[in-house]
Design a protein around this ligand. Structure first.
Ligand code: C5P
Length: 402
């Protein structure tokens, strides 16, 4: 299968009788041209010998975070992989992954992975339908993981119902469709502005804001995952994004961000304005540290250039422009008026009403309005999952599922 050829896949096998199906799965992935690194929980090794997987994958199998004196580098594996697949994922493994319990090699690699993660559960029908399991499944989906549906039929216990591991052919097909789709932005270059800006008052002080840059960086990763290139103009943020196809331009002030964005935009198919740009800057930046003197002091401010509005003016018909709105009142009306005023194609409205949405946190809740009057509402999700929704809705013309 050409979509899987050359892909690096970490395959985590946990302790279910369905581990025998992972033998066929490994064989199919290797046959499709993937490099497969198998990880097993100690329980999984009771069902199938690691040697079977080592022979099929032509790589040593890791069953522990440490191997004798050596350390199986889970961080390195998490970064190496193009995809992580956990199949079969037992109820116990789902609970570990959903709750970040890092007590074996699979969960350690899972927590370190930056690639898409696919989970194929396998268990008995009542374990599958138990609210604890279903809650863990829901949690994993909110982290942006891909759940491969369980099969229905006869189970090892003799009971009949849902909980069977998806067939290996079906799992490989699922991955193939994902990788096939994931090249939808190949050949496209997208400009993103992200993070806060710092407006100097004197050499040590500035006017800034609490933006972390997380949303913009998540957008960059979502675009890279789709095979696109990204020029990320990032204000002062603690994040250190990297990835193949990413050009990072670090800036500090709104004027620097403006200059970088205006010069990069003509080469790009789209711009996403996710930065929290300071609206004003001090008229003059003092060259020496300002001394404490009077009880009151005044700093005169002047308006910064509006980057989104400028790109809206210079936008060509083949280009798209996407802005963000963070409103405390009349969100929809204000967002729509910004959409028109800045000549945007889409505007993403952040809900400030919901706890967990907005600056600094890892989750966000958004609605997207388009210039042709369409509206898309989304649930509270991780910023990674929100980024995928934004990319699907604004760049891929896919209305993604809530
Ligand atoms: O007008 P307001 O600041 O609310 O608009 C928000 C949108 O405009 C965001 O997409 C933000 O990145 C962009 N913006 C900009 N340059 C500015 C101010 C806002 O690009 N100076």
């Amino acid at each position: 299968m050409k979509e899987i050829k050359g892909k690096k896949i970490v395959l985590g096998i946990s302790g279910s009788i369905a581990a025998y199906k992972a033998v066929v799965l490994t064989r199919l992935l290797v046959k499709a041209g993937a490099e497969v690194q198998v990880l097993m929980t100690p329980a999984a090794t009771k069902f199938v010998q690691p040697l079977t997987f080592a022979t099929l994958s032509k790589r040593p199998v890791f069953t522990e975070v440490t191997a004798g004196e050596a350390w199986n580098n889970h961080v390195e594996l998490g970064l190496w992989a193009d995809a992580m697949l956990v199949a079969p994922a037992t109820a116990n493994t789902l609970a570990r992954l959903a709750n970040g319990i890092c007590d074996n090699i699979i969960s350690a690699v899972y927590l370190s992975a930056r690639c898409p993660v696919f989970v194929a559960p396998a268990m008995d029908v009542d374990m599958w339908h138990h609210p604890s399991t279903q809650r863990n499944i829901d949690l994993l989906a909110t982290y942006g993981n891909h759940l491969i549906p369980v099969g229905n039929g006869e189970l090892a216990s003799g009971l009949v119902g849902e909980g069977r591991l998806a067939e290996p052919e079906h799992i490989v097909d699922y991955l193939g469709r994902f990788f096939g789709k994931s090249q939808l932005l190949k050949g496209q270059k997208i400009l993103i502005t992200a993070g806060p800006t710092y407006e100097g008052i004197d050499p040590v002080r500035f006017i800034g804001n609490r933006s972390s840059g997380k949303m913009g960086v998540a957008l960059a990763q979502a675009i890279l995952q789709q095979g696109g290139e990204v020029i990320l103009v990032l204000g002062p943020s603690a994040l250190k994004p990297e990835g193949e196809g990413l050009q990072l331009i670090r800036v500090e002030s709104a004027q620097e961000m403006y200059d970088a964005a205006v010069s990069a935009f003509p080469d790009c198919q789209a711009g996403i304005m996710a930065a929290a740009v300071a609206d004003y800057r001090p008229v003059n930046m003092a060259t020496e540290k300002i001394k404490k003197s009077d009880d009151r002091m005044t700093i005169e401010l002047v308006k910064n250039p509006d980057i989104a509005a400028q790109l809206g003016r210079q936008k060509q018909t083949h280009q798209r422009l996407i802005g963000f709105a963070l409103e405390t009142t009349q969100g929809e009306a204000n967002a729509k008026s910004k959409l028109a005023r800045k000549n945007l194609d889409f505007i993403v409205l952040n809900s400030l009403q919901d706890s967990g949405a907005g600056f600094g946190v890892d989750t966000n809740k958004v609605s997207i309005f388009s210039s042709d009057n369409k509206v898309y509402h989304f649930e509270l999700k991780t910023k990674d999952a929100v980024a995928q929704d934004i990319v699907a809705t604004t760049l891929l013309d896919i209305k993604s599922k809530d």
